[in-house]
Design a protein around this ligand. Structure first.
Ligand code: TRP
Length: 352
């Protein structure tokens, strides 16, 4: 049994007793969709940075399950994905005593503010979102209204917490931009209701590409299983995938344009070991790709070993996880309600 957490210990709540604060930590918000196993790409590109930000900032993290149903989900699998993702992210090192980490649908202010923001967002600007265009082409049989208003729900997620910074990958930058525009527009009409968030581009972290087609982002929905490493892959499987990684015919470990496969492996290796590209090039000078691939595979295996072990611990202790997400959601609910109420009051709603 894992030790139950004590919600009064949440530094988030302590730090947000504004009156008592001398130095205010910046607020960070980010979320990830629970749409399957967490990949090495999610880990190195996002979650590892979330972990590293926990001491410096007031971090609020969510599993964006409401966003996930914009694509049809099989109920049992969806439920399992949410619990698996929660356990995996805890296992990566998100500490529920330092940060909030909740499930979006447990905090009802998100859907409420999203509705309000829908009425302050134009059809035209939502039509221009590249993710909407891509996803509606991909799911042509289900171009639902949720897919269209996905960005306003994301804006609600962020604006509810008066977040100063939002760590996002390149593919979500346009969504952050529209969140900023919505906040500016609303503030222009009603005064300062929302903090206008800044994107946060972490100094560390890698954009991990497919091991089979390194011009494409690593994705769990890839048809080729060897393209993607997940946090739940066994050491043997991880090594096999790295040994089969697509490279080039040069046999020279060097970061260069056109060497997408090697660049990707170098990015992964650098992100895990902290070595620079120059150091990596020196380390593998005169050695072949076989040695390099084995070294990258081993680095990934050792990095993910404790994550997998902790995942097993968390997934076996549903009571503990439930306590984590329930307590986080309670605090998130209280905090976000203040922003929602403020916005609704400004609009002219009669407050209860
Ligand atoms: N749309 C994001 C993604 O798919 C997840 C997300 C939802 C998010 N709400 C957010 C990210 C708010 C940052 C801030 O990756």
């Amino acid at each position: 049994m894992l030790t139950p957490i004590n919600s009064t210990l949440f530094t988030f709540e302590r730090n947000n007793k504004m009156e008592q604060q001398t130095e205010k930590k910046k607020i960070v918000f980010s979320a990830i969709q629970p749409s399957g196993t967490i990949t090495l790409g999610n880990y190195l590109g996002a979650v590892k940075n979330w972990v590293n930000m926990q001491d410096e900032f007031n971090c609020i993290y969510a599993l964006a399950d409401l966003h996930t149903i914009t694509v049809r989900q099989e109920p049992a699998k969806f439920r399992k994905n949410i619990i698996d993702a929660y356990a995996s992210i805890l296992a990566c090192g998100i500490d529920p005593e330092k940060s909030l980490f909740f499930i979006q649908s447990h905090v009802n202010t998100h859907a409420q503010l999203a509705w309000v923001l829908n009425c302050y967002t134009q059809f035209g600007e939502l039509s221009r979102m590249t993710q909407f265009k891509d996803k509606s082409a991909k799911h042509a049989d289900n171009v639902n209204a949720g897919l269209f208003t996905y960005p306003t729900l994301m804006a609600a997620d962020i604006l509810l917490y008066q977040a100063d910074m939002v760590p996002v990958g390149a593919d979500q930058k346009q969504h952050l931009e529209i969140s900023r525009n919505i906040a500016d527009r609303f503030n222009g009409l009603y005064g300062n209701v929302f903090k206008v968030p800044e994107p946060y581009i972490p100094t560390k972290g890698a954009r991990v590409m497919s091991l089979q087609d390194p011009t494409k982002k690593m994705s769990k929905s890839d048809e080729n299983v060897n393209a993607c490493v997940t946090l739940m892959d066994s050491p043997d499987v991880i090594m096999k995938k790295f040994k089969r990684a697509v490279t080039d015919s040069e046999a020279c470990v060097k970061y260069a344009e056109g060497k997408d496969g090697i660049n990707n492996l170098m990015g992964i290796y650098s992100c895990i070991t902290g070595k620079t590209f120059e150091q990596i090039e020196a380390e593998f000078e005169g050695k072949g790709y076989g040695d390099f691939k084995t070294a990258v595979g081993e680095a990934v295996i050792e990095e993910l070993r404790p994550v997998r072990e902790k995942y097993e611990q968390y997934i076996a202790d549903k009571t503990y996880m439930q306590e984590c997400y329930t307590k986080s959601a309670e605090i998130a609910q209280k905090y976000s309600q203040r922003t929602l109420s403020k916005a609704m009051k400004k609009i002219g709603f009669v407050m209860p």
